[in-house]
Design a protein around this ligand. Structure first.
Ligand SMILES: [Zn+2]
Length: 461
């Protein structure tokens, strides 16, 4: 049974190739929008839409319908390789499937949306029989050989490729079905670690280590402000020059003529955003890989990232570190290293419990960085104490703690630990083997494309 992985490689295309890439992305986007509009129409008529039937209909009209012909009456779709305009139908079907699955699982979900130029991820697909790799070049249909910055690192059956753009950079993500042996990585340690995520230190480990995140956004924020102000000023000028009302949204369908300087400064801004995203991803990848490689069990909190982002003071530092990405990276890396990832229940009072005796400090506030346990006298650093409390979830299904001082000392079972990633039922008691957790192999799952995930999350954080 093979596993799916993908490797994302930067491309060095020529200007002509970039031109084709842009047109192919535009085609994929336009076909997606057409298919989604038709989908909604079918639903409005009370029918059950079907992506493959839509594709058939599209194939029948794509070289004839006036909407898909250029000014000379020529079908411009012929210039774009067909994978770019066939794949959106499959993607749309997947997107609806995911939407309904999430609804059924009771998770917050949103319907597939229309893609807007400049606001969506630009990408197009190439099927595995349509491209060929040779060392550091990839031969793509319609554009020929494109230089890559490195050769494909994975060995196995190539499943397909997606060409995408980030800022001004072009990338190809190659999906490969690799043998199990290549999928699983060797762990170098058998420790157990609890991780408290925070704003002061990005991560405090139960080993006592504090990991500081590079705060790229914070440092770059001033620059970012200046640059985005420059861009918006130029856009505003272009708007006035074109006779549009200032600060009002452009009428639908109208196009603003932009000066070269305006375009250039927009590019500069995009590059800056891309750099920040790279710094953040690099830090998180290194940290999550290290945690999974060196531990047999990793315990984290179930942070309500969406809720925290609504908090005015917390939003920026949290998105700067990328907590959402952190969790997702841990999830797929834990699978590869055979590390058990335990996610504490959202209501587990990891900061409030004394990690030595289990007394619960109900009066602890967000401001208290340090506190002393009145029961055993232990001095606690807030973050380290929380990390220690999380760590013990790896070995204990029950945590000794008591609510309020005069109550008799009881061992309270907390329905807290649930293995993450496989969607299994929450279990209260971890397997205990001489105080250690036995590593768990996860059930085979398809389509855990690591780079794909990174990119998807990168867009959000
Ligand atoms: Zn105590």
């Amino acid at each position: 049974m093979g596993r799916h992985l993908s490797h994302k490689i930067a491309l060095c295309p020529t200007p002509e190739q970039v031109d084709y890439f842009k047109r192919a992305c535009g085609t994929a986007r336009r076909v997606w929008n057409w298919a989604l509009a038709e989908w909604h129409k079918e639903r409005a008529l009370g029918r059950t839409p079907n992506a493959m039937a839509l594709k058939k209909r599209f194939n029948a009209l794509k070289y004839r319908d006036p909407a898909w012909l250029d000014a000379n009456g020529r079908p411009w779709l012929r210039d774009i390789h067909r994978d770019a305009h066939a794949q959106p139908f499959a993607h749309l079907a997947q997107a609806w499937q995911r939407f309904f699955d999430e609804i059924r699982a009771g998770k917050p979900a949103h319907e597939p949306r229309f893609k807007k130029k400049g606001r969506c991820r630009d990408s197009f697909y190439v099927a595995n029989d349509k491209f060929r790799l040779q060392g550091t070049t990839i031969r793509l249909p319609k554009v020929g050989e494109v230089a890559m910055t490195e050769a494909l690192r994975l060995q196995g059956k190539i499943l397909g490729a997606t060409v995408s753009r980030t800022g001004e950079g072009w990338f190809v993500s190659i999906q490969v079905e690799v043998p199990e042996a290549q999928f699983y990585r060797k762990r170098t340690g058998d420790g157990m670690v609890g991780i408290d995520l925070g704003v002061k230190a990005a991560a405090t480990l139960s080993t006592g280590e504090r990991v500081q995140a590079p705060m790229p956004l914070k440092k770059a924020l001033r620059r970012l402000k200046i640059r985005s102000r420059r861009v918006s000023r130029k856009l505003e000028a272009a708007r006035l020059a074109a006779g549009f009302a200032p600060r009002a949204p452009l009428p639908k369908g109208s196009k603003l003529a932009q000066s070269n300087n305006c375009r250039k400064s927009a590019q500069r801004l995009a590059r800056m955003h891309a750099r920040i995203a790279n710094l953040r991803a690099d830090f998180l990848h290194k940290l999550t890989t290290r945690l999974c490689r060196e531990s047999q069990a990793v315990v984290i909190e179930d942070l309500n990232v969406g809720g925290m982002l609504k908090h005015e003071q917390l939003a920026r530092p949290i998105s700067d570190v990328g907590f959402g990405m952190f969790r997702q990276q841990l999830e797929y890396k834990a699978k590869r290293y055979g590390t058990r990832l335990i996610v504490a229940d959202r209501w587990y009072p990891s900061s409030r419990l004394c990690s030595r005796c289990g007394w619960k400090n109900a009066a602890l506030t967000l401001r208290d960085r340090e506190w002393t346990c009145p029961q055993c006298g232990a001095q606690h650093d807030r973050d380290l104490n929380a990390a220690l409390n999380l760590e013990r979830l790896a070995t204990e299904g029950t945590i000794p703690y008591r609510d309020g001082a005069p109550a008799p000392y009881t061992r309270t079972a907390l329905p807290v630990a649930s293995p993450s990633g496989n969607g299994g039922p929450a279990i209260a008691i971890m397997p205990i083997a001489g105080g250690k957790v036995t590593p768990v192999r996860y059930e085979p799952q398809c389509g855990s494309g690591q780079e794909e995930k990174r990119v998807r999350n990168g867009a959000r954080f």
